[in-house]
Design a protein around this ligand. Structure first.
Ligand code: GLN
Length: 456
């Protein structure tokens, strides 16, 4: 804990930790020391970790990367972070992220962007660690903590993991409790671990997840010992390669990465099969209707009364002006864009044309996966992202849709509620990490982790 705290102070330029909790960390580390003297210390006892700013942590700033939650110190602890505390983990502080987890580069954060510790060859230009869990990815990649929590609504664990050479798993929807995690799109949001290795991910996922009566969508299922399932034996497993993920204009090195990953799994004894997920091309548009729709509803609660920031009012301002000014000042541009898209697609005249249609597409996407799994496929291999990390500022003036394209391989998994993992799979020509994604059957994170272990 002490050495991580020192490393965090020395790595201020990465802007990964945005609220540091050194006293609390040392207190918990000392308590963990005591527990370690016994013989029933839990798996994460004494391990220093970072927590994404989206998680409510009792008495510690929890801002979701937004100005509107400035000064918000929750009275309660999210279930996931409480589970980690109970497991002996030591929180070092809160990690940078895109505002309300909306973004793919950590550039929408009120704290300013997190920076990746990676560089392209000898070029000094700063790169994005990805988003929205950019601070988590940067901190793990730079060894500022042993692991971190992330959340993934449309790729926000897997894309930053791929960009920083770390491992990130989004579990099956319902595996981790969403209680106390600031809501973005409730039917898609899932927490998960971001770690250095598949083994660490297995250990941390087990510590984080489990049934929680406080979240009605949390699954009442036993939590397996994921680490014990890491045998590396994947002989006879059927791995599907979906043809629809072979996008036009896919960079040669991504194609190569995918082919190399396929060859590795084959060499480990897996059977490789070509599969089709016919509705893939509708996933991104459906996601960018459903996620903003849910966000516009979830973000209605930030009214200047219940939490955080309130605008300074002028004489004569009433409650409407208070709402308007608070929300105009408190939300950044991307969040405002999502709220506008969301309220538009939910409005009486357009509800059927956009929101209901997107929901129908979502059902078809889910069915594509169900059909493939019913035909005997155990896991699906795809690239995690369409490119390696891009430079900070490179996309600032681009059409927002360019940024959304980052999520092309990851959002299908959220729409279908499936577990997905990004595993580091080599470097590109400029020395930047690239990730492969494995998608598994619902509730079979153990098998998925084991397949990822064979690829690692
Ligand atoms: N890029 C996605 C978005 O902006 C990331 C969402 C997420 O997983 N939190 O919606």
């Amino acid at each position: 804990t002490q050495s991580c705290l020192t490393a965090i102070d020395a790595a201020g330029a990465l802007n990964a930790f945005v609220h540091k909790t050194p006293e609390l960390a040392m207190e918990r580390a000392k308590a963990a020391d005591e527990r370690l003297k016994g013989d029933d210390a839990p798996a994460m006892c004494g391990l220093p970790i970072g927590i994404k700013d989206l998680f409510c942590t009792k008495g510690v700033d929890s801002q979701a990367g937004s100005r509107i939650l400035e000064g918000f110190k929750p009275e309660y602890e999210s279930t996931v972070s409480q589970n980690l505390i109970d497991n002996g983990a030591v929180m070092l502080g809160k990690l940078n992220m895109d505002e309300f987890a909306m973004g793919s580069s950590n550039e929408t954060s009120v704290y300013g962007n997190a920076v990746s510790p990676w560089r392209r060859g000898n070029d000094d230009a700063e790169l994005t660690p990805g988003g929205s869990s950019g601070g988590s990815a940067s901190a793990v990649a730079a060894d500022l903590c042993l692991a971190a929590t992330g959340t993934d609504t449309g790729g926000s664990i897997r894309q930053p993991a791929a960009f920083t050479g770390t491992v990130g798993i989004k579990p099956t929807y319902g595996r981790c409790s969403r209680w106390g995690v600031v809501a973005f799109a409730s039917s898609l949001d899932q927490a998960g671990p971001m770690t250095k290795s598949v083994r660490d991910a297995a250990i941390m996922l087990e510590a984080m997840c489990g049934h929680d009566v406080k979240d009605s969508t949390s699954a009442d299922l036993a939590v397996p010992n994921f680490e014990a399932m890491l045998t590396g034996d994947i002989k006879g497993k059927k791995i599907g390669i979906p043809k629809e993920y072979r996008m036009d204009g896919m960079p040669g090195e991504i194609e190569q990465l995918w082919a190399d990953g396929t060859a590795m799994l084959k060499a480990a004894g897996a059977e490789i099969v070509d599969i089709s997920l016919p509705h893939t091309k509708y996933a991104l548009p459906a996601y960018y209707v459903i996620a903003p729709a849910e966000a516009s509803s979830n973000l209605a609660r930030y009214d200047g009364v219940r939490y955080g920031h309130r605008a300074t009012l002028e004489a004569g301002d009433g409650i409407t002006e208070m709402y308007e000014k608070t929300r105009a000042e408190g939300f950044g541009h991307e969040v405002q864009r999502r709220v506008m898209i969301g309220t538009y697609v939910l409005s009486a005249g357009f509800y059927d044309a956009y929101y209901n249609r997107a929901r129908r597409v979502r059902t078809l996407i889910k069915k594509d996966f169900e059909d493939v799994f019913a035909a005997g496929v155990d896991a699906i291999l795809t690239p995690a992202t369409p490119s390696a990390a891009f430079g900070l500022g490179e996309m600032t003036d681009a059409d927002p849709v360019q940024m959304y394209l980052n999520d092309v391989f990851t959002v299908t998994v959220n729409l279908a509620g499936l577990p997905g993992i990004s595993v580091p799979a080599g470097l590109d020509a400029q020395g930047l990490p690239l990730g492969l994604q494995l998608i598994g059957k619902p509730w079979e994170e153990g098998d998925l982790l084991n397949t990822a272990y064979a690829l690692e």
